[in-house]
Structures are given as C-alpha cells and as structure tokens.
Design a protein around this ligand. Structure first.
Ligand SMILES: [Zn+2]
Length: 255
C-alpha cells in the first residue's frame, strides 16, 4: 500500500530532533509523500529550502488564521510575488481560512478572500482551515468563488455541509478526528459522500488519534488513520481503498 499525508506541519520545531527519522519511518510504512502547508509569509519562504532538503515533500504558500497577528495587508502581494517566482515549487495556496475561535473576523475574511483570488490567479488549489465557520466560508466562496478547488482540511461537519464543499470542487481531509466516538456526525458524513472525495492527513504535530492524546502526532500515523477510515467505511479491500485515496491526493495536487 502507498499513502500521501495530505496535511502535516513537519517543518515545525516539534520535529527538530527527529524530522529525517520520522519521514524515513513513514516512508517504510508506505507514505511516499507529505504535503507541508504554508502558515505565514516568512515560513512559506522557508519551505522552499525545506522541500529541497526533504524532496518527498510538497509545499504550499499561505497565511494561516492562527498566526493572524503576524500577517499584514502587504503580505498578500508578497505572497503573490513568492508564488510567481516559484510556481513550480508551490502546489497550493494555504493553509488559509476562517476560525471563529480567533478574533478579528473581518481581517480573517479579507486575507482569506485575497488568498482565494491568488489561487485563482495562479491556477492552484486551496488548503482551507475551518473552525465553527462553515457559514462564513460559504459566504466567502460566494463572493470569491475558488476556480481550482482544493481540500477542506480536517473536515468535520454534516454530510450536507460536505456535499456543498464537494460541489465547489473540494475534497475533504480525513484525520485523527474520526477515531473519536464524539465525531459521529463527521463519521456519518464520510460514510455518505463517496471515497473519491476523501484525502488522508495527520495534521502532525496536532490532531492526535484516539489513544494517543497528549502526545505529539506524527506522519507515521497515516496507516492508523487509513485503518480507521477503512473500518468506518466497512472496507476490507485495503489495497484498492488505499490506492483510490492515493490517486485522490494526486488529483488534488494535480500531479
Ligand atoms: Zn494545518
């Protein structure tokens, strides 16, 4: 079986001690590639060096709402310049999005819609972060429709919400969340929408799987996420299922 971790932050300092070992371990488990998202202008720039050092990584460029205080209006133009100069290196725009647990929703909205416009300009998919914000994201998509789809990272929500994203050209990122009993609504949504719309991810070092709470999450847990999804979908044909998920990710990356 082969896998791609469609969302992990392996460049974070949590991996400074053992990054190469994590990637090698994941590789031995069939994880051929990792997607490492941009979170700020400076870090997106740094990812260009990172991906040269770790050639099995795909990188994106974006301004994550968690780091809102660092982002300035001119960073959008600078992000555009960075993508224009390195168009072959960046596979997506993001991680961008809207998060109700963070303030300044108007600043968030303006940065998010500007990044949708960048994705459209450079013909790239989007990596979208959401938290209690499906309604706000829908409003932004209406004002500024993404033309090249993307992924709703760590999707949680009803099948109705999932289908709205799928109609807008998005895939749904499936991570450790589904291993928790409380994620019933999301589990039902994933059973409903069709596996051709799903991508595997860890969000390492965040989003630990059930049983690993309080520990650093790592990209080596992709097979565990896969097995949880297979159980949820009542599939035992692991080869066919993993291959479909692999091809879904290549389609998202347009590789
Ligand atoms: Zn993330």
């Amino acid at each position: 079986m082969r896998f791609i971790d469609s969302h992990c932050h392996l460049d974070f300092s949590e991996f400074d001690e053992d990054r190469a070992r994590c990637i090698a371990n994941a590789r031995s488990l069939g994880v051929t590639h990792l997607v490492v998202p941009g979170i700020s202008l400076a870090q997106s720039n740094n990812l260009l060096t990172f991906t040269k050092q770790y050639p099995s990584t795909y990188i994106s460029a974006g301004l994550h709402p968690y780091f809102l205080e660092q982002h300035q209006e001119q960073h959008i133009d600078e992000l555009g310049d960075l993508i224009a100069a390195n168009h072959d290196s960046f596979v997506a725009v993001g991680e961008c999005g809207l998060d109700r647990s963070i303030g300044e929703l108007e600043k968030q909205r303006s940065l998010f819609e500007a990044q949708i416009a960048l994705a459209n300009e450079f013909e790239l998919p989007l990596i979208v972060h959401h938290r209690q914000s499906h309604d706000l994201i829908a409003a932004s998509f209406k004002r500024c429709p993404p033309k090249f789809g993307g992924v709703i990272h760590a999707f949680s929500g009803s099948s109705q919400v999932g289908e709205t994203y799928i109609k807008a050209g998005f895939k749904l990122g499936v991570g450790g969340t589904i291993t928790y009993a409380r994620a019933q609504k999301t589990q039902q949504a994933l059973q409903h929408v069709g596996i051709e719309h799903l991508l595997l991810e860890t969000d390492a070092p965040s989003m630990p799987l059930c049983g690993y709470q309080g520990q650093r999450n790592t990209t080596e847990r992709i097979p565990n996420v896969f097995l949880a999804l297979a159980a949820l979908l009542q599939r035992q044909d692991y080869e066919a299922l993993s291959e479909q998920l692999y091809l879904n990710c290549l389609a998202f990356l347009r590789k």
